[in-house]
Structure formats: C-alpha cells, structure tokens
Design a protein around this ligand. Structure first.
Ligand code: S3P
Length: 165
C-alpha cells in the first residue's frame, strides 16, 4: 500500500493543521477531512459540548472510532485534533495506515493563536498546564510522523514529495 494515499496531519492546537491540510489536499487532488469537524457532524454536537456533557474520555473514544473509519479510505488528507497522539491505539493506527506529517510550531505561537478560543475546551487551561501537555505530546507527534514540517519549511517541497510516487 502506498501510504501517501492517506495523509494525516498532527500537531498541537493552533499549529495550523487545517490550513495546511486544505492546501495539501488541493495541491495533490485528495479529499480534505477535518477529524474534529467529522466528529461534530456525526455526533451533531460541538466538541466543547461533547467535553462538557460527556467528558474528554468519551471524546477520545469518538476520535478513535472515526480515525479507524478513515484508515479505510483512500486519497484523503486528514487534519487530526491535537490530542490524537495521547492514546497508543491511535498512534498505532496512524503509523500503520497514514503518511503522517507533524506540523512542528513553537509553543508560544500556538498559544497566541488559541488563547481565548471558546471552541477549544483545553485552551482555557493555565499556560503552565498547556506547556506541560505540549512537552508531553511533542515526542509522540515525532514518534508517529514520517515528515516534520517546521515554520520555515517550504510547503512546495512537501507537495513535490507527496506527488512523487
Ligand atoms: C484537542 C485539540 C482540538 C480538539 C479538542 C482536543 C487537544 O483540536 O480535538 O478540543 O486535546 O489538543 P485542534 O488541535 O484542531 O485544536
């Protein structure tokens, strides 16, 4: 299987996964799917309400369920929620079924972008706690990724890489 048929983008909240995903999918002619949006659509609830009424654990279960479904699809670019790497099961699914791009953006940049965002339940956490989460996830994003894209990286190079099969 050519894993580039199925691409996943991981990275912290506010790293720009959705923007990158849309750009990439357009460039290579894949369908773009935002995993958070898919969960909201299928459960007919906003993420913040899923967290509020059913808790984070339930949200994580939904994440795994839909990630598994997407692992069966072809020619897709999936932008994952920042917490996707928390569960080992998700990391295995990503590694085995996707070409994974880690969008590595400095914490302070992400923080600026997410602060005050009421649609992101974790964005209201204290900065110290968020930094702790960032540091804990950083090696996990790296561990599942096939390609790391940093702020000053040229997206065109990545597009060429994805097109060259
Ligand atoms: C989360 C990130 C969010 C969303 C949920 C939990 C996280 O996605 O899945 O609020 O645990 O980091 P984004 O990374 O797209 O903000």
């Amino acid at each position: 299987m050519d894993t580039r048929e199925r691409i996943a983008i991981v990275g912290f909240m506010g790293s720009g996964k959705t923007t990158l995903g849309k750009k990439l999918s357009e460039a290579i002619g894949h369908r773009f799917i935002d995993l958070d949006e898919l969960i909201e659509e299928k459960s007919r609830m906003k993420i913040k309400d899923i967290f509020k009424y059913f808790g984070e654990k339930h949200f994580r279960e939904l994440e795994t369920r839909f990630l598994k479904r997407l692992a069966q699809e072809k020619e897709i670019v999936v932008s994952c929620g920042g917490g996707i790497v928390e569960k080992e099961e998700n990391r295995d699914i990503l590694r085995e079924n996707f070409f994974v791009i880690y969008l590595e953006i400095p914490f302070q940049v992400c923080l600026k972008r997410i602060s005050g965002d009421e649609n992101r339940p974790l964005a209201s956490l204290e900065t110290d706690r968020l930094l702790e989460i960032y540091r804990k996830r950083e090696p996990l994003y790296r561990e599942v990724s096939n390609f790391v894209l940093t702020e000053d990286h040229n997206i065109e190079d990545l597009i060429e890489l994805l097109k060259a099969r």
